[in-house]
Design a protein around this ligand. Structure first.
Ligand SMILES: [Cu+2]
Length: 157
């Protein structure tokens, strides 16, 4: 009995440490940041990401930057007549407290235009996500093959 009580206390203390570590980093957890490789002549490509907000305040993804692109935007897909078109998300993407947002193929996504050079599968690239409250966060993206599906299969939460 005494042993199991001690064990429970240890588990509780352990998870409290994890929670305060996440809070110190404003609660945003960014995972599966992906950048699609391009054909040599392509001038643009897309990126995908999953963002968890473990914090207590809502935040908003308001922009994206990358040194390899002359212009980068947050895009949405919208059905215009019977054609899927993409256009900039003027108000960004809300990341509610306790919530999760996924930018993925065929939906909201990161868009990189005026590429300085083709995106090479063997190379890694940094992408900066800009949040209304948390500010700029620069992360290394995983380069994914041209035409392939986003590799969200590794995601567990
Ligand atoms: Cu787009």
């Amino acid at each position: 009995m005494l042993f199991s009580t001690r064990l429970i206390i240890a588990v509780i203390l352990g998870s409290m440490t994890l929670v305060s570590a996440a809070r110190a980093m404003d609660g945003l957890m960014i995972s599966n940041l992906e950048l699609r490789a391009t054909a040599p002549s392509a001038g643009a490509t897309a990126g995908y990401v999953t963002i968890h907000n473990h914090g207590e305040a809502d935040d908003r993804l308001i922009g994206v930057e990358a040194s390899f692109a002359g212009k980068a935007e947050l895009h949405e897909m919208k059905l215009v007549g019977d054609v899927m078109k993409m256009r900039p998300l003027e108000n960004g993407v809300a990341i509610p407290a306790g919530g999760m947002v996924t930018l993925q193929k065929g939906a909201n996504h990161l868009m990189f235009m005026r590429l300085q050079e083709p995106i090479n599968l063997d190379q890694s690239y940094e992408i900066t996500l800009i949040f209304e409250k948390a500010g700029k966060k620069t992360l290394q993206a995983t380069t994914i093959p041209l035409g392939n599906k986003s590799s969200h299969k590794n995601h567990k939460h």
